[in-house]
Design a binder for this molecule. Structure first.
Ligand code: SF4
Ligand code: SF4
Length: 403
């Protein structure tokens, strides 16, 4: 399907709560997703799944999905009216997906919550002010950080020659490009060391993830249209990502817009480098590291082993697991527009995860997501913890010749 056709046929905008009526009816308000906080089943640990349990009022509309399902039902059957206070509770959610994992009725809780946000935006009671600000910045600067577009690639090593067309495109993402350039730089150095025929797109823009997550789909779709065209122009057969948020947006939101899969392969950088198996890990990194599963890479895309296997290749590095991992991993607190709108709660959630990481006895905390890194870095500073925070590509580069 050509890009020009896609807006007219977009399925994305139809994902209002009406489209989730079946899921909403499946929810029996059993509150397992909310009340099973201290149970050891089914994940085998005894602390909460919804990260908002201990850091908010704990109201039913905030913790877990049960209250949000009641709001969705009330709006769907017009027994309640949308209000700004209701919107505030609906945005107290990182869309981490833990409640979806928990739900025995198989309700797509995250799908309903995102549709609910989109409907609240349409009703004029959402988004929250900071999300509106993100939207304005994205429209003006093509990134949510209000940085001039030309600043996006100031981190590119001058000696790196990037072709216009290549087999692989590295989609850098706003956070790596503008806030954590060490991730972007490590990634291109690894791709170069692995002799990959790759490029980046100098005109790269925000993938639109934060717009899709916060209910502003039209702007997300506009970003999608531009990004899809840019990638087509490179002729690439594979797109690799540092950011699970961008990756999931391409896999789920872009494909929902097009109504069919994209024409190229999509991979997280750890998956891709593991699969091509061209890197030589020569230097020892003697340390104990624990790995945090980013929600959008783990629970949402079920990519758990590749990042672990990738860091497992580094000689000397010993992986120690936290209590809550993989499908049961505790969220970093940053996603779904929460870090921007509720920075205090977001940081409290990250601090809980850093304390859990410290309890492993590891000295390094690794993740495969720039947004996790930024929130954990702040939490480590706030706790004055000795733990060092890395993205998996930074760890790999320590071990690769020339890194
Ligand atoms: S979303 Fe699932 S677990 Fe939560 S209240 Fe509804 S049926 Fe129960
Ligand atoms: S998606 Fe995560 S943050 Fe949102 S209600 Fe469910 S468990 Fe809580």
């Amino acid at each position: 399907m050509s890009v020009s056709q896609y807006v007219a046929t977009s399925k994305s905008r139809e994902l209002c709560i009406k489209a989730f009526e079946d899921y909403i009816s499946w929810c029996k308000n059993c509150k397992f997703c909310r009340e099973a906080i201290r149970s050891a089943e089914p994940f085998g640990y005894t602390r909460g799944i919804c990260p908002f349990k201990d850091y908010t009022s704990g109201y039913t509309t905030i913790v877990g999905a049960s209250g949000k399902m009641l709001i969705a039902r009330g709006l769907l059957y017009e027994t309640i009216k949308p209000t700004p206070a209701m919107a505030e509770d609906v945005y107290l959610c990182t869309t981490c997906g833990a409640c979806k994992q928990w739900c025995g009725a198989l309700v797509d809780t995250v799908g309903v919550i995102e549709a609910l946000r989109a409907d609240l935006v349409k009703a004029g009671v959402a988004p929250l002010n900071i999300h509106r600000e993100f939207a304005e910045r994205i429209k003006k600067y093509y990134n949510p950080y209000a940085e001039p577009p030309e600043k996006r690639f100031t981190w590119v090593p001058p000696e790196l020659k990037l072709p216009k067309k290549a087999d692989v495109v590295y989609f850098v993402g706003c956070t790596s490009a503008l806030r954590l350039p060490e991730i972007a730089e490590s990634t291109v150095k690894l791709l170069d060391a692995a002799k990959v025929n790759f490029t980046i797109m100098p005109e790269e823009i925000c993938c639109g993830s934060v717009m899709f997550r916060t209910g502003m789909r039209e702007i997300g779709e506009d970003m999608a249209k531009r990004a899809i065209q840019m990638i087509e122009d490179t002729g690439a057969s594979t797109v690799v990502f540092s950011c699970p948020g961008c990756y999931k947006t391409f896999v789920k939101d872009y494909q929902a817009i097009l109504g069919e899969p994209l024409d190229y392969e999509l991979k997280h950088i750890s998956q891709y480098l593991l699969e091509i198996d061209e890197l030589q890990f020569t230097k020892r990194v003697n340390a104990r590291v624990t790995y945090h599963d980013p929600c959008h890479l783990g629970r949402h895309l079920e990519i758990f082993e590749p990042p672990r296997e990738f860091i497992g290749q580094i000689p000397g590095l010993q992986l120690v697991e936290m209590e809550r991992t993989k499908m049961g991993a505790f969220c970093c607190g940053a996603g779904g527009g929460v870090r921007g709108a509720f920075p205090g709660v977001s940081l409290d959630i990250a601090k809980e995860r850093v304390r859990e990481a410290s309890a492993t006895g590891g000295t390094m905390l690794a993740s495969a997501c720039p947004f996790c890194k930024i929130n954990f870095r702040d939490a480590i500073n706030e706790l004055d913890a000795t733990m060092q925070m890395y993205d998996v590509v930074e760890l790999a580069l320590k071990s690769v010749k020339g890194g």
